[in-house]
Structure formats: structure tokens, C-alpha cells
Design a protein around this ligand. Structure first.
Ligand code: UD1
Length: 390
């Protein structure tokens, strides 16, 4: 079987790593029937902290190829990815092209492979925020619609796909592959001390003298809806700065967020916040593990907080991951982006001492082997052709 895994951004790498390990395990235990595989990085993320350093941290080695598409408008980024991957796909003609998550690389590669009548598998299918202003929602819906096999994280995701008319033989409930990565980190014993992590990556603000376990807040922001509008960003960050009076607030910065904060002069104005450079996967998990509360607009962090049993607050108006919320047994809540709601949700979170780790069904660290079994089993089937004439 020929397998092409394509990744483009930081969260994609975290999702692909367990599958790489599962393939390597298969090849070492089945030397007579090895999988011929390639890991390709589209190059959507290229900064060392968001890219190469992460591959090292996840222990999966370098991708076989980097398409170097870089940043740009959605059209530029998607178009460049399609042009570059088309050539690779034609040359390799994999039995499966596997894409992850909801980023521009996911959409671009899925469309290109399908147009070459190659089979596409989508890992993390079926998530829906129903918010069509999010580029990720468009990427998810289109990718799921055309993928031959949709690997869903939860029952809810399967239901979303059914409602959209996706046939049963294109659905597989396999669980959440991010949690395979989380368990791998847990088992590797890489946990480190939050204060040394912050010291090592400090960007702006004063290094706290102590960061007692459960005595600090962690915040990450990177989505266009939270960081691109200076009015929204100012309201959020000024509130975070005032919450930092109550306990140290650590904020690792995505390059996009750093650019926006600098442009609005906000880093200089919010002196209580401790800003750091982007953290590695293992560093961010260590921070989450010890945080009193996590404030974030990231979907992946929401899932990790839920499994690690840490309270979180989603700085968005919706989420495609409802199973991580308190009302479904999880550990967080959605609070939006206005200052007063953030303040109230922050206080609710730090006063809640009942939060416990929660794993939805199949979030058991075994998602990657399940995915690989499906891919092996269905490798020789014909691609699904939605427009086949009757
Ligand atoms: C992308 C994904 C988002 C995902 C996030 C994870 C899409 C539409 N969005 O958002 O779903 O949650 O990755 O981080 O695919 N930049 C750098 N260096 C880099 C990469 C980006 O400086 O290595 C800066 C550039 O100014 C760039 C901006 O960040 O224009 C945005 O990068 P982009 O890849 O377009 O989207 P993300 O915001 O990272």
C-alpha cells in the first residue's frame, strides 16, 4: 500500500505524528508487507518554532519533502499548495492521500487528489462550528464532502456528517488522534517546570518569581476573529492584563498575534502579561497540566484541557468541539470575546475545584492504529465517485 500523509501547520503535525508511529510500527512488525509511505509538509507554517522544532519535539523526524508554499492570502496559499501537490500526486499515485484537520493545506490537497481520482482520507472529520466566517469551517465542510473516508472523533461528528448526507461507507468513528499525541507525551515523562519554560522563551513582560502549580493562567490566541480586528484584540488583551493582577498570566504568541499586538502598540501597554515565543508541544502540555485556567481560541488546546482535567475558557462565540464543554462532562465553557464575559468566566473557572479529567468515547490514545487498520483494509477499493452517472 502507498500512503501519502500531507501536513501544513502546527496542529497538523501533532495529528500526523501518531499515524507516522503506527506506520513505522507496522513496517517493523510486517517486514514482508511494508507500507510505502511519505510525509509531505506543504510549508504553510515555516518558522522554526511552528515547524521544524515541532517535528523534533514530536519525535517523528523530518518530512520527506517540503513544498515551501509559505504565507499569503487564502487564494494564494491554497493555489500554490494545489500546484505543488498535484505534481507529487501524479508521480506517486498513492492508494490513500491522508489529510488532517481544517487548515488551508487540508482543503487544497483534498481537492487536488480527488480531481486526480485518488482516494482521500480525512482525519478529524465532522467537526462543525456552523460559523461560516471561519476559514476552517469552509475547509472542513468541503473536505468532508469529497473525502472517500471520514475519520470522525466523536458520535456527534458522525451525526453531523450523516445530516449532510455523507454515506455510511464513508464514515468511521475512530476517536481523537490528538489524544494519542497527548498520551505519548505523558508516557515519555517529558514534563518540565513552567517557570523554566517561561524563562527560556520570554519575549516581553516580567518573569514571575514563582509559578506555583495551579497558580497561573495560560492564554493563547491566533484566530482571525480574535486577533485581526484591533478593537476586539484591544478589549481582550486589556481584560487579560487586568486579570493578571489576580495571578500571573502567561501568553505564548503565534507570529500572527505578535504582529497584530505590536501593530496596535499593545505589548508595551499590557505590562502585567508575560509574553513568550511559541512553545513546543511538550512545553505547552506541561503548562496546561499546571495551569489554574486556560483561556484560548484554539480547538486543540480545548481538547487537551478536557483530557488533562484543566478548566478552560473559549474566547470565541462558538465551538466545533462541544464534547469538551462542562455541560457534556468536559471542563470548559465558551464565553465570547467581550471583556466582562471573559472576566466572569475566568473567575468561575478558578473557583471551580470540581473539574476532573474527561475522555469522550474512543479518546483512548489508540486512534492512529484504528485509522491505519481502516486504510489497510480499504486500500484496494475504488475511489468514491460522487457524480457517477446512473
Ligand atoms: C492556521 C490555520 C488555523 C490553525 C493555525 C494553527 C488556516 C486557514 N488556518 O492559521 O486553522 O489553527 O494555523 O497555528 O489554515 N506566520 C509566520 N510564520 C509561520 C506561519 C505563519 O510568521 O510559520 C504568520 C504570517 O504572518 C502569516 C500569518 O502568521 O500570514 C498567518 O498564518 P497562516 O498559516 O495563514 O494561518 P494561521 O493563522 O497560522
Amino acid at each position: 500500500m502507498k500512503l501519502l500523509l500531507v501536513v501544513g501547520t502546527r496542529p497538523n503535525f501533532v495529528k500526523a505524528a501518531p499515524l507516522v508511529r503506527a506506520i513505522e510500527h507496522h513496517n517493523s512488525t510486517n517486514p514482508s508487507n511494508p507500507i510505502d509511505w511519505r510525509l509531505v509538509h506543504t510549508g504553510q507554517h515555516y518558522d522554526d518554532a511552528l515547524s521544524a522544532a515541532l517535528f523534533r519535539d514530536l519525535g517523528i523526524g523530518e518530512p520527506h519533502q517540503n513544498l515551501n508554499v509559505g504565507s499569503g492570502t487564502h487564494g494564494e496559499q491554497t493555489g500554490r499548495t494545489m500546484m505543488a501537490i498535484e505534481e507529487m500526486l501524479q508521480e506517486m499515485r498513492p492508494d490513500w492521500t491522508v489529510v488532517f484537520g481544517d487548515v488551508n493545506a487540508t482543503l487544497a490537497v483534498a481537492i487536488t487528489a480527488k480531481k486526480l481520482c485518488l482516494k482521500v482520507a480525512h482525519v478529524e472529520a465532522g467537526l462543525r462550528s456552523h460559523d461560516w466566517t471561519m476559514p476552517e469551517e469552509i475547509n472542513r465542510v468541503v473536505t468532508d464532502r469529497i473525502a472517500d473516508l471520514n475519520f470522525a472523533t466523536t458520535d456527534g461528528a458522525i451525526e453531523n456528517l450523516r445530516r449532510e448526507g455523507i454515506e455510511e461507507d464513508r464514515l468511521a468513528l475512530v476517536g481523537n488522534i490528538m489524544i494519542d499525541s497527548l498520551d505519548y507525551w505523558n508516557a515519555s515523562g517529558q514534563e518540565s517546570d513552567p517557570l523554566s519554560i517561561v524563562e527560556e522563551s520570554l519575549l516581553a513582560g516580567e518573569l514571575p518569581q514563582f509559578l506555583p502549580p495551579r497558580g497561573f493562567a495560560l492564554c493563547t490566541l491566533h484566530r482571525p476573529a480574535t486577533v485581526d480586528d484591533p478593537v476586539v484584540l484591544t478589549e481582550i488583551v486589556e481584560m487579560l492584563d487586568s486579570l493578571a493582577e489576580r495571578m500571573p498570566l502567561i501568553m505564548p504568541l503565534h507570529p500572527r498575534t505578535e504582529n497584530r499586538l505590536r501593530a496596535a502598540g499593545l505589548i508595551e501597554r499590557t505590562t502585567r502579561i508575560v509574553y513568550t515565543r511559541p512553545l513546543s508541544h511538550s512545553q505547552i502540555l506541561s503548562m496546561v497540566q499546571d495551569a489554574a485556567v486556560v483561556l484560548t481560541d484554539s480547538g486543540g488546546l480545548q481538547e487537551e484541557c478536557c483530557v488533562l482535567g484543566r478548566p478552560f475558557v473559549v474566547l470565541r462565540w462558538n465551538t466545533e468541539r462541544p464534547e469538551t464543554l462542562r455541560q457534556y462532562g468536559g471542563t470548559g465553557e465558551v464565553c465570547g470575546t467581550d471583556a466582562m464575559s471573559i472576566r466572569d468566566a475566568f473567575h468561575r473557572a478558578i473557583l471551580d475545584h470540581k473539574t476532573r479529567p474527561h475522555r469522550p468515547d474512543y479518546w483512548d490514545g489508540e486512534t492512529a492504529p484504528r485509522i491505519l487498520s481502516w486504510l489497510i483494509e480499504l486500500a484496494s477499493e475504488q475511489p468514491y465517485l460522487a457524480a457517477q452517472p446512473t
